[in-house]
Design a binder for this molecule. Sequence first.
Ligand SMILES: NC(=O)c1ccc[n+]([C@@H]2O[C@H](COP(=O)([O-])OP(=O)(O)OC[C@H]3O[C@@H](n4cnc5c(N)ncnc54)[C@H](O)[C@@H]3O)[C@@H](O)[C@H]2O)c1
Length: 351
Amino acid sequence: MSIGIVGLLRGLYMAEWAARIGLEVGAICDRDPERLAAAHAKFPSARASVDWAELLDAGLDGVIIANDFDAHAELAIAFLDRGVHVLSEAAACASEEEGRELIAAAERSRATYSFAENYVFHPHMRLVRESVESGELGTVVSVEADYLHSLSPQDTAGLIGDPAHWRGRIAPTAYCTHTVSPLLNLTGAWPVEVSAFPVGPGGDRPAAVVLVIRLSDGTLALARHGFLAGEADSHWSWVSVRGANGLAESVRASGDSAWSVRVRTEGWAQPDGQTREEVRVPAAYLVGGEPVDRMAEGTIAVLEGFRAAIEHGAAPLIPVRPAVAASLVGVAGAQSLADGSGPVLIPDVSA
Ligand SMILES: NC(=O)c1ccc[n+]([C@@H]2O[C@H](COP(=O)([O-])OP(=O)(O)OC[C@H]3O[C@@H](n4cnc5c(N)ncnc54)[C@H](O)[C@@H]3O)[C@@H](O)[C@H]2O)c1
């Protein structure tokens, strides 16, 4: 199976893992000639191009879209219309109109659309999902997720201070998919309404935001993302699920401990009256029989899911509608932020 890659920073990392799991990288594209040349040195047999449209008729089975965060939908629609399977980085779309066009394109295409949301498949998410699915927590009532970076003000400005770069031009709420997608996946629910709050100084460009989201099953979801001091030097992702009978949440710690999950089930909810509290450590994820770097697990899972979609017509791990729904939380959140944090309805794209 031959795939192409558009955007060669994050995309190059994905290309390297794609090759390791047996996908052939047949074409690479970046509008930056230096970045393209550096990637070409790693994949010398791949067709190299500065224009993504040249990949449309390059005989590819699939394409990974890893260009600017707010510019994925146009490319995804074009490749889907050529029958090329798409794996798109977060976000899926930058507006409701674009999201609906993307859904229509995915549903009329003979190819599939998959969302490359690796945070859904990180080791701690896997353990929390197993806990929820086992029923030990009872009915889920509230879920929370953080995606936070503890960078200095100078480093933060270096990342989001340039309005010419996508990191500087997107709304402060937009990069919510690493928190919202896991929460939608854990609950199986859809987002209905969001209120967005700025954290700290920064005027209309706060470095962090809190999103309070009402889900379709009544669950309350809380998501925080951005830049806040004090966060452990871990993998920037934390998740918590409270059920009627207990709690499962990842350990807020440095290093590998942050992939572990603390589970507490209340004695008053158990037939034997015993409260149980334990810390669970995720099993290793193996590629070719060898454990891989924990931080890479989610990306590898996403790529293996993409390969299965191309090779055997497997259902995408995260298909187009939940991808668009998560992205539209960021769009509606931006509206809420502009409206002084009032609640804003999120378009229903569930059917
Ligand atoms: N899932 C994750 O863990 C993760 C991590 C990093 C980045 N990302 C996502 O990957 C995407 C890219 O992020 P990045 O950090 O690599 O950004 P970046 O801006 O550093 O790199 C993007 C690259 O794409 C190229 N590009 C942009 N538009 C193009 C176009 N139309 N045609 C050809 N090349 C084009 C740029 O020249 C650049 O080299 C974003 O959507 C980001 O959110 C995801």
